[in-house]
Design a protein around this ligand. Structure first.
Ligand code: GLN
Ligand code: ZN
Length: 768
């Protein structure tokens, strides 16, 4: 029985890579210094995996920015617009090119945009999307993978296993940049380059090569399936002496099982954490010779492996295949988990004993092999930890469980239907047509950030801190009144992050000191950990909302984060279904909504920024998810009076496939991001005849650019052409936290002017 790892975090235990990259970009260190740090991390990572007793140790899983971008450079898929970078003089042109593709290039009179970035399947890791043209050619364009393999053998010898994104997934995860072709057809051009790469790796001594094909676990067209067959048949025919391992993850193979096990490769990796149910079918269909890598240790979460459960899976596979055809592995690359639990010195030891980060997960893989081979002592300690988690009062709160179990249909429904509520709310708030508002946060200046940091460190008293936050809030309110915003916000100056702020006040959450995970490039996030039943010991936002409301006669919006977003941006429990955890959070937010209502806050926004990104990868699994996700939102708003107006906000607007579910959330007002698509994306709402009120963003907050009044007026006219004008709100695309005050002020003044123009046009009936 072998063990393997599919990939290891590359940011370094102290986020050394992040710091080094940022220093390099700022011109504070040279490329030699950056490389030096990168090499050190690689060697440490290899050594760690070697020490843990892993047999197949990945190399080429390292990246200075992103492994998909590295693959594009390896394959020579470099968009034309970057050629200008290469024709500059200087020693670092290759490096400049690399970071230009990642981050854009504004130097020496050139101004080149970065390549697009998007989420790596259903993770929070963002990759650089490959760009393809109809006549796209590929050729080996750099030597990194070969150099890295050569280095890896110096540290781990024969155990080094080069990792590459497989050819089909590389194409499918990219994008056509011109009309008239399908990127999957490029497989014919691409495969010969893979053949050459794998062949060269074999000649350098590689025994195994891992090809990541996560798309093999997605819904595939006939043509895409054929591309898999073609690609792997061609590679198998032309390369000899190298064992190929195809890695799938994040979903079950389902209807692609036959295809996957039929590929002419040496081993197939399957994710048995996400989809343990696929094991039986895989085992039933697996042909003689094919080795199976079973991903039994969760590469995407922070919990200690339940050895008994994993052994159940391993033993079933051993029974069918024999031990020598089995490889034990994490479910996917460990890129998605924090690095080292040993660095967490302040965690509650009881809870810490239930957790495992990347380094600990390697030990688990190794343990599992030893146990499967008969070493039972390792099993006992694990059983104890798992049992303690299962019964701990820190995790299990019967009142919370009972409350979730008792949620009824009425507990997920507003009192009256929307038309009734709308009438009552119109009378109550008496807002003009095209009411103006913002999404919640105002610029987080350095002063505000420092204030919060100092307070956290204990350098400020509560009074000092609160007084400064009060002042910032008052200033923001005065200013909103001055420019004539209709529904005000308090500005969220007291919040560092929209999930962390709530997590810190809820029971069942913990925060790590070093649990960083790469999000994109040098950006890392430290998600909260939900370890136990969630409850809300006290009011969370009432203090700041009521303070703000008392400063003005205008309506003040209360601001909350929704349950799915809190879930989605945290490490969640793996000992109960996600929907149960979500319902617990929903009840906590529900209680907060009622507390705000009782305190006199008439308009409450519950942000669900992440509903869409929780969508399962497989279409067949989406309806179930959408049902519980929408229901969780409805729980938060149930029991609220008809006269209270519930808003929600989403940072995107691709709603075509989920519009009926968005409508089922039944928010009185939804604000979305539409400016960059010039209201194009509002079509889904128009088609559906979306009945409730809606604020399509009229300006892009991702750029410092100040939009003109006319621009925004014409966007509003466009929106009024698609939806009833009396249902439209006027607001930016998203929160203004990342912007500076001068551009924010200018843009919002123009926005208010645009709303006024739209009102006049309505009166003169020039827009309807
Ligand atoms: N209310 C939040 C803010 O304005 C919403 C942020 C978001 O949608 N990502 O910052
Ligand atoms: Zn947003």
């Amino acid at each position: 029985m072998l063990t393997q790892n599919l990939g290891y975090p590359r940011i370094g235990g102290q986020r050394q890579l992040k710091k080094a990259c940022e220093q390099y970009w700022a011109g504070k260190i040279g490329f030699a210094a950056l490389s030096h740090i990168a090499e050190k991390i690689k060697v440490e990572n290899w050594q760690t995996q070697l020490d843990a007793g892993i047999d197949l140790i990945p190399c080429n899983d390292f990246s200075l920015y992103d492994q998909t971008l590295d693959t594009s450079l390896l394959l020579g898929a470099i968009p034309q617009r970057y050629q200008a970078v290469l024709s500059q003089s200087g020693d670092n042109r290759e490096v400049d090119l690399y970071f230009a593709m990642a981050r854009g290039y504004q130097k020496n009179g050139l101004d080149i945009t970065a390549m697009e970035m998007t989420k790596w399947l259903d993770t929070n890791y963002h990759y650089i999307v490959p760009e393809f043209k109809a006549d796209q050619q590929f050729r080996i364009s750099n030597e990194n993978i070969f150099n890295e393999y050569t280095k890896a053998i110096q540290v781990v010898g024969q155990k080094a296993k080069p990792v590459l994104i497989g050819p089909v997934s590389y194409l499918l995860l990219g994008k056509e940049k011109e009309e008239g072709f399908e990127r999957i057809d490029l497989i014919k051009n691409l495969v010969p380059v893979y053949v050459e790469i794998i062949d060269r790796l074999g000649k350098l001594g590689a025994e195994w090569v891992q090809l990541d094909e996560p798309t093999l676990a997605l819904d595939l067209s006939k043509k895409e399936k054929e591309a898999f067959e073609f690609a792997y048949r061609s590679i198998a025919e032309q390369v000899s002496g190298v064992k190929l391992l195809v890695a799938t993850y994040f979903e079950a193979l389902l209807d692609n099982t036959r295809l996957a096990v039929g590929l002419p490769v040496h081993a197939l990796h399957v994710d048995l954490v996400r989809a343990p149910e696929q094991l039986d079918e895989v085992l039933a269909l697996v042909p003689d010779q094919l080795m199976l890598s079973v991903g039994v240790v969760d590469g995407r979460n922070v919990w200690k492996n339940d050895y008994e459960k994993s052994l159940g899976l391993i033993n079933r596979a051993v029974k069918k295949l024999g031990a020598d055809r089995l490889i034990i592995a994490p479910s996917c690359s460990l890129l998605h988990s924090p690095i080292d639990l040993d660095l967490e010195t302040e965690l509650d030891p009881e809870i810490k004993n239930w957790m495992a980060f990347a380094r600990q997960k390697l030990a688990e893989v190794s343990d599992l092999r030893q146990i499967a081979e008969g070493n039972n002592t390792l099993l006992e300690a694990n059983k104890k930890a798992i049992a303690s988690r299962r019964s701990s009062e820190k995790v299990h709160k019967q009142v919370v469980k009972d409350r979730v179990a008792a949620i009824s249909e009425a507990g997920a429904t507003r009192m009256s239907a929307f038309p009734v509520r709308q009438q009552i709310q119109r009378e109550r708030f008496n807002l003009p047509s095209f009411p103006t508002t913002t999404i919640g946060s105002f610029p987080q200046t350095d002063d505000i950030r420092q204030l919060r940091a100092k307070f956290k460190k204990g350098d400020l008293t509560v009074e000092q801190y609160e007084q400064s936050i009060e002042q910032a809030t008052i200033d923001a309110i005065r200013w909103q009144e001055e420019i004539g915003i209709d529904v005000l916000v308090h500005g969220e100056f007291e919040r560092n992050d929209m999930v962390e702020y709530f997590g810190e006040q809820l029971e069942g959450f913990l925060f790590t000191k070093n649990g960083w995970v790469q999000s994109y490039g040098s950006r890392c996030v430290k998600p909260p950990v939900i370890y136990g039943d969630v409850s809300r010991p006290e009011d969370m936002t009432v203090r700041w909302s009521t303070f703000a409301a008392a400063q003005t006669d205008k309506p003040m919006k209360g601001m909350l984060t929704g349950p799915v977003t809190i879930l989605q941006w945290s490490f969640v429990r793996d000992d109960q279904p996600r929907e149960v955890t979500t319902n617990q959070i929903a009840l906590a937010i529900h209680d907060e909504v009622l507390a705000l209502e009782k305190a006199g806050i008439g308009i409450i926004q519950i942000d669900e920024a992440a509903i869409r990104e929780g969508l399962p990868l497989r279409k067949s699994k989406r309806p179930y998810y959408l049902d519980w996700a929408v229901r969780a939102f409805r729980i938060t708003a149930s029991g609220v009076e008809d006269r209270t107006q519930i808003h929600t906000h989403m940072c995107y607007s691709e709603f075509n496939d989920i519009i009926e579910h968005i409508a089922a959330m039944d928010a009185d007002v939804i604000t979305i991001e539409t400016s960059r698509s010039q209201m194009e994306l509002l079509q889904a709402f128009a088609h559906f005849e979306y009945p409730n009120e809606i604020g399509p963003g009229v300006y892009d907050i991702h750029s410092p650019r100040v939009p003109t009044t006319d621009e925004m007026t014409s966007l509003l006219a466009k929106a009024a052409g698609l939806l009833p004008a009396q249902n439209l709100w006027v607001n930016p695309d998203c929160g203004l936290k990342t912007r500076k005050w001068p551009e924010t002020k200018a843009a919002l003044e123009n926005m208010v002017a645009a709303a006024r123009q739209a009102r006049e046009q309505i009166e003169t009936a020039s827009i309807i």
